[in-house]
Design a protein around this ligand. Structure first.
Ligand code: ARG
Ligand code: ZN
Length: 848
């Protein structure tokens, strides 16, 4: 059944108050819900329900008539306000979908977004119904000594029979997707934060006792995030308590439940021994993200799920700004764009393309996508770029003030930007409604003393959208002298809002080279006629770090595509540009490490008409080998110069570790005789997971004699730490060796592999589907492996299973033979009886 945005109607009934009572037990939990309901319009009260057992429904104290219409309880109510009481029974330990109330590692916890609350108790499960909650829990005192819910704890005590109780009240109106409770044997890392108006907030990060030492980084990130949101957006926290709980079975990253965030443990737990620098950074980003939702999501929420980007796009943008402010801004931007290109550009180019504000869905869980999140964040960034900081802040201030306590739309946000920032965004709204990544052709020519930049945009057709309007594309651009590399004209912000435009730069002396989409100011694909010399020049002289990175990437990309298409290409310009980058003392290591890395095999494929994964792999390896060989001295210097025995999490220290492992990879690729020994020594001597895992990956991708020993040693050392064991699976799933598929098939039989833990499923199946060489090897056996796992996982956890479908949906891109094999697997999935609507939607749409 398809849900459409245009069919939105406001709720007929409000639920201003709800009191919930939970008699908690993993096998059988009784839930009593008492709701005060008030008529807001004509029609019956409609309560979504998740199929659990209903014990009783009473209206104003008397047992009531209701009917069940396709998963909805319909109550015809005579008056304008009523008291409803519903008792239901659920079994948390039987809940393998991990939506609603479920058991994880001895805990009981909830996940309600988007539509999990109905699996706890019948309710109008839609984000525009806002209620005040009180929650009373009773549970076994020994198994569940800690009882948490949203808001403030208002009471608790012991009960006969070894049980106890606690009651929590949340003074803020919230939609039911923000409801949460947790019961378990948890210990807290406690701290506090004093807000800008001087209120003291108790902070707690709740984990199993043994994990307490791994919570310091998350706590610091939380305090940094609270201070940052006050400083940058003027947003203050609003409750006396802020709790975070880490759980090991979780369908995604984390959840912003009011005052009680629940996290996938991988985004909380870290110490140098078990977490990489990337893990530390992801933890800070996700902690900040969920915290920022308190304003962008909770105080101001979504009217309906089509508006999801209202909170997610804005909150991703805010967490990106936070990360940029707390690390290397240039490297953060590089990583954001890499992620956007890897996930969102692919989505936009395939059968699952949808606008940032989708028009229809079968299962909303399928729309927690890179488009809604990451492209959504780029939309906010474009508005911020056009408005500049001060007016953007006036826009967000107005947005939060105008809509506090409301459930609103993406359009309400844009309107606040217009009214607060003083700008006309009518054409900009197209970015919310039109799917597809725009292409911008850019050329520059000299015209006397001036230079003229010609721009032309096209927005590709996407499923259901063929006729596209030109969009306003904000492009930061500058010109550099082709001979000297000197900046010729200062940076300008040009908004390309027509199909074509000519932009004149006055008084340009030398022949100009164009630097465009600096800082990646718009989420578009730029096609320019810049040759190798022009790109090399920018990679050496551009003063915008992103543009500088991009120039070298483009140079490598052009070279590799030429190599794949023509069988040969000159590597010398790339080698020279990489040498200059490595030898430039003005560049920091973190930047150099990212800049010298050739574009991924997947990204190269995205820019080709038909993808030949093996040919791309061979070309990229040939370039890596050449770079490794010809610049051996530079890699060695970078390797040795990046050693350190003190572990710090500063951007400089992280950059050094990153460059060290990348240099090691190039030494190995170039065939340096001592490279395997260096890798083994780094692996053995590592004092932190970044160095150890970095060396392991280099060995795992190689034929070195030390390979098996390293994998075995890593397993032996970390087999009891699930999050580290995930890395062991992932490193092998991503191996660039020809036998990756065979290894993955073997690993799927490993006793430590299971589909029932989402992190573990992602660590092998998800990772392997992103291994372009391995996944597309073996005459379709990689595809069959993925499809088998999708079907198996669908039976226990449809939401996570559906996330694995997209790689098969790229069948059009891989030529006839592979395409047919991929399609066949999709068809096999769709034909499975009893398929969830989650997987059905993704697989059936992928066939079109
Ligand atoms: N709101 C959460 C976050 O981004 C994610 C919830 C994901 N829900 C889902 N059904 N996929 O912070
Ligand atoms: Zn979010």
């Amino acid at each position: 059944q398809v849900i459409r945005r245009e069919d939105y109607t406001p709720p007929a009934w409000r639920v201003p108050e709800i009191a919930l009572e939970f008699d908690l037990d993993p096998a059988r939990t009784v839930v009593r819900s008492r709701m005060q309901v008030e008529r807001a319009g004509p029609g019956p009260l409609k309560l979504d329900h998740g199929g659990q057992q209903i014990v009783s429904i009473r209206v104003d104290g008397a047992s009531a008539e209701y009917r069940d219409e396709g998963g909805r309880l319909i109550l015809d109510l005579p008056r304008d306000s009523h008291a409803i009481e519903i008792v239901t029974e659920i079994s948390p330990e039987a809940n393998t979908e991990l939506m609603g109330l479920y058991a994880s590692g001895g805990l009981l916890c909830t996940q309600c977004e988007a539509e999990g609350f109905r699996r706890i108790t019948p309710f109008p499960d839609r984000p525009d119904v806002l209620s005040r909650y009180s929650v009373r829990m009773t549970a076994d005192r020994v198994s569940f000594p800690v009882l948490l819910a949203n808001g403030d704890r208002v009471g608790g005590g012991d009960l006969p029979g070894g049980r106890h109780w606690a009651e929590w009240r949340d003074p803020f109106f919230k939609p039911c997707y923000l409801f949460a409770l947790v019961a378990g044997d948890l210990k807290a890392n406690r701290d506090h934060f004093t807000t800008m108006s001087g209120r003291k907030v108790e902070l707690g990060i709740w984990v199993r006792e043994a994990d307490l030492p791994k919570t310091a980084h998350a706590m610091q990130a939380l305090k940094d995030a609270m201070a940052w949101d006050e400083r940058v957006y003027g947003r203050e926290y609003d409750l006396d308590v802020f709790n975070i709980v880490a759980v090991s079975d979780f369908n995604f990253g984390a959840m912003e439940n009011k005052g009680l965030n629940i996290f996938n443990s991988r985004y909380i737990l870290a110490d140098p021994e078990t977490a990489t620098d990337a893990d530390f950074d992801a933890i800070a980003a996700v902690v900040a993200h969920e915290y920022f939702h308190n304003w962008s999501g909770n105080r101001v929420t979504c009217r309906d799920w089509f508006q999801l980007s209202l909170k997610e796009g804005l909150t991703v943008f805010r967490d990106q700004q936070f990360s940029a402010d707390h690390g290397s801004a240039a490297v953060e931007r590089i990583n954001q764009v890499r992620m956007l290109r890897a996930a969102q550009f692919q989505e936009d180019a395939g059968p699952l393309a949808h606008p940032v504000r989708p028009d229809s869905y079968i299962e909303i869980g399928n729309f927690y996508t890179a488009t809604v999140y990451n492209k959504g964040a780029e939309l906010i960034r474009m508005m911020a770029t056009m408005l500049r900081p001060e007016r953007f802040r006036r826009g967000t201030d107005l947005y939060f003030e105008r809509h506090d306590g409301q459930a609103v739309t993406c359009d309400d946000f844009v309107k606040a930007m217009e009214d607060g920032g003083g700008i006309d965004l009518s054409q900009f709204r197209l970015w919310y409604s039109q799917a597809g990544t725009p292409k911008v052709k850019a050329t520059v020519r000299q015209d006397g003393q001036d230079a003229i930049v010609s721009l032309e945009q096209t927005v590709p057709s996407t499923p259901g959208q063929s006729d596209k309007q030109p969009m306003p594309i904000p492009l930061r651009m500058a010109l550099f002298g082709a001979g000297t590399g000197a900046a010729e004209a200062g940076e300008r912000l040009v908004v390309l809002d027509k199909e074509r435009a000519d932009i004149r730069f006055e008084g340009v002396g030398e022949a100009p080279v164009l630097s465009i989409n600096r800082g990646f100011s718009a989420p578009v694909i730029v096609e320019s006629d810049r040759d190798a010399a022009a790109l090399a020049l920018l990679s050496a002289h551009d003063d915008d770090p992103f543009a500088r990175y991009e120039a070298l990437q483009q140079l490598m990309l052009d070279t590799l595509i030429a190599r794949v298409e023509a069988g040969a290409a000159e590597f010398a310009p790339v080698v020279d540009a990489v040498r200059l980058t490595l030898e430039n003392p003005a560049l920091d290591k973190a930047f150099v490490a990212e800049a010298v890395l050739p574009p991924s095999e997947a990204f190269i494929g995205d820019r080709m008409a038909t993808v030949d994964p093996e040919a791309i792999h061979q070309a990229r390896e040939a370039l890596r080998a050449e770079l490794g060989r010809l610049l051996e001295g530079q890699w060695r210097a970078a390797y040795l110069g990046s050693a350190s025995n003190r572990f710090e999490l500063t951007p400089a220290a992280k950059g050094a570790r990153r460059l060290r492992s990348i240099a090691l990879g190039f030494l190995m690729a170039g065939g340096a005789e001592d490279a395997p020994a260096l890798a083994w020594d780094q692996f053995q001597g590592a004092t932190n997971m970044t160095d150890r895992q970095g060396a392991l990956a280099v060995l795992a991708n190689s034929d070195a004699a030390q390979r098996e020993d390293a994998l075995a040693a890593f397993y032996a050392r970390h087999k009891d730490d699930a999050l580290v064991l995930d890395k062991w699976f992932t490193t092998q799933a991503l191996s660039t060796r020809a036998d990756a598929l065979e290894q993955v098939l073997k690993l799927s039989q490993h006793p430590d592999f299971t589909l029932s833990n989402p992190n573990r499923a992602r660590s092998l199946v998800g990772a392997f589907s992103a291994n372009q060489r391995g996944f597309h090897s073996g005459e379709g056996r990689g595809y069959r492996f993925l499809a088998d796992n999708i079907v198996a996982l669908d039976a226990i956890n449809p939401q996570t299973a559906a996330k694995f479908v997209a790689p098969l949906g790229r069948w059009r891109r891989f030529g006839e033979t592979r395409g047919a094999l991929m399609r066949a697997e999709l068809e096999r999935i769709v034909a499975k009886p009893g398929l969830s609507k989650d997987v059905f939607e993704q697989a059936s749409k992928s066939l079109i």
